[in-house]
Design a protein around this ligand. Structure first.
Ligand code: GRF
Length: 203
């Protein structure tokens, strides 16, 4: 069976990227990360990619001040790598219509809460967990979803809950959620590879 070719876009540390690479390399999923693109030249994600011999590309508004030009440059790299599915893994820039059109229903994101709650513009990083705690939620979790034009909005592919404990801080909750992130993203990619999760038409 042909392996699913995955492109990853990431801005920071890349622990989700690492978990996907590990799942691919241990053959627990029928996929391979073929390129990693980051808007941050100093990102852990690019370092991790290089360490594993995966093409690592820094592309940002420094290279293409115009967002549409940058979208097109990213699409070009993804196409050159014959990418089937694009995974956003802590990618901190909203991409535009050209990018989403080129990979319609083929762009996934992972969000550290149970969407549609605690999602949308401004809900990223620690802020998500702070909001969950401030709302007095008894549980939080992880969502893997398709990306559309709106923040954290596209079709949900998988979710997993984690408990919120009485003495949680944003950091302890984030750590519990991240542990699940590292499992669920690979699981979803694996299920797309086998066809267990069928993505909507890309046309
Ligand atoms: C994760 O919490 C993810 O849900 C969010 O950004 C974070 C990325 O972490 N979108 P890492 O760079 O994969 O460690």
């Amino acid at each position: 069976m042909k392996k699913l070719r995955v492109g990853v876009l990431a801005s920071h540390g890349g622990t989700n990227l690492q978990s996907i690479i590990d799942s691919c390399q241990s053959n627990s999923i029928s996929a391979q990360v073929v390129v990693v693109i980051s808007n941050n030249s100093d990102s852990g994600a690019l370092k991790r990619a290089k360490k594993h011999g995966i093409d690592a590309v820094h592309l940002s508004n420094k290279h293409f001040p115009d967002d549409t030009d940058l979208d097109n440059a990213i699409v070009k790299i993804l196409r050159e790598h014959d990418v089937d599915v694009v995974c956003l893994a802590g990618y901190m820039k909203k991409r535009g219509a050209n990018f989403l059109r080129a990979y319609k229903n083929r762009v996934l994101n992972i969000h550290p809460a149970l969407l549609p709650k605690f999602g949308g513009k401004g809900f990223f990083g620690t802020r998500v967990h702070e909001a969950v705690l401030a709302a007095g939620e008894k549980e939080s979790g992880v969502t893997v979803h398709l990306v559309d034009e709106q923040y954290d909005h596209g079709r949900i592919l998988a979710q997993r809950k984690v408990p919120v404990l009485p003495d949680d801080t944003p950091e302890t909750l984030a750590a519990r959620v991240l542990k699940e992130e590292h499992k669920i993203y690979s699981e979803v990619i694996g299920k797309i590879a086998t066809g267990e999760i069928r993505l909507p038409s890309s046309r």
